[in-house]
Design a protein around this ligand. Structure first.
Ligand code: C5P
Length: 232
């Protein structure tokens, strides 16, 4: 599995995004486009970044009835993104429909990964509000297994869960892990964090890094540091 660093382009406008990416000159980092940028600028933003040569993780976390997700995934697949995602909570039927929708006429498709439980959901709220009674690690592993059984490529998870996910679902099942910080950097609002080096040791396949790169005085140097620590 090719390890890579994905930069979370959490910007709200085309201008900010293109200004940011222009600093990378000839390099074409893997970028994550989330809801904020997608809802602000639409599919043209995806096409434009793709045309610049960047691999794209489109992080829209779909969750709806299987037929709607299938048709929506077909639209996203035509945008030629490299990775996209959905909520495992939508059930196996939804995940299987998503894969069908994503698969292009020539048999190729973007990678599809599932969100298990959002890291913003505490175990207490999951029990009290969602009436899901298992422990958080059990629920995360169960959702990961559902995703694997539906044929998905992997999950988005905390780097702290990556090792267990690989043990349960196999080494080839991809773990995409946000919550990455440099050892000497600001944690911001993230709670459970890991350095790129630790994420590498624990077996993450892709790290998603936002502010440590986007808010750095020298984003290119920060990105290169991620690559050195995580990939090299
Ligand atoms: O700036 P920072 O490195 O915290 O950005 C992390 C990115 O990963 C953000 O786009 C955030 O929405 C996303 N993410 C996360 N935790 C999750 C899922 C996604 O931080 N559990």
């Amino acid at each position: 599995m090719g390890k890579d660093v994905i930069i979370a382009c959490d910007f709200s406008s085309r201008e900010q995004t293109l200004n940011f990416l222009s600093q990378f000159k000839g390099r074409k980092p893997f970028v994550k486009i989330g809801m904020e940028l997608y809802y602000a600028e639409g599919p043209d933003m995806v096409r434009e970044i793709k045309a610049l040569g960047h691999p794209i993780f489109l992080d829209l976390k779909l969750h709806d009835i299987p037929n709607t997700v299938k048709k929506s995934m077909a639209v996203l697949s035509r945008l030629d993104v490299d990775m996209c995602n959905l909520h495992a909570a939508g059930t196996r039927a939804m995940m299987e429909a998503a894969l069908e929708g994503l698969t292009r006429p020539d048999g190729t498709r973007p990678l599809l990964v599932a969100v298990t439980q959002l890291t913003s959901t505490s175990e207490e709220r999951m029990h009290d509000e969602l009436l899901i009674t298992g422990s958080m690690p059990d629920v995360v592993m169960h959702y990961a297994e559902n995703a694997r059984n539906a044929g998905l490529d992997g999950v988005v998870c905390s780097p702290l869960e990556a090792e267990a996910v690989h043990q349960r679902c196999g080494e080839n099942f991809i773990t995409v892990t946000p919550g990455v910080r440099f050892a000497d950097g600001d944690i911001g609002d993230q709670v459970r964090v890991m350095t790129p080096e630790q994420a590498k040791k624990i077996g993450s396949d892709y790290i998603v890094v936002g502010r440590p790169v986007t808010a750095a005085a020298d984003p290119v140097a920060a990105y290169e540091r991620c690559l050195r620590e995580f990939v090299d």
